[in-house]
Design a protein. Structure first.
Length: 89
């Protein structure tokens, strides 16, 4: 049986096609020994079909959205926009 899975960029909403140069991001906890330091990490990975199905992965359609995701993470500690965060609740 073949699974038909489609992917959408978590920043701009673009649908993934065959020739796109996509990336993935995983946010994870890290042990922090210094008070006031961020407790999460931002891991940017090249697209991998098998890993892309991991529910913890964010999907990014290219360099611009990867940079936007990093900026959001550095500013807010998440890559979700305020609008997206409220719609997931």
């Amino acid at each position: 049986m073949v699974w038909d899975v489609s992917f959408t960029c978590d920043i701009c909403g673009k649908k993934k096609g065959e020739a796109n140069h996509w990336w993935m991001v995983m946010l994870g906890d890290v042990p922090c020994f210094d008070e006031g330091q961020p407790s999460q990490r931002f891991t940017l990975l090249p697209w991998n079909l098998n890993e892309s199905r991991n529910h913890d992965m964010y999907h990014l359609c290219g360099q611009n959205c990867a940079m936007a995701a990093m900026e959001r993470f550095m500013t807010h500690g998440t890559i979700e926009s305020d609008l997206a965060a409220h719609s997931r609740r």
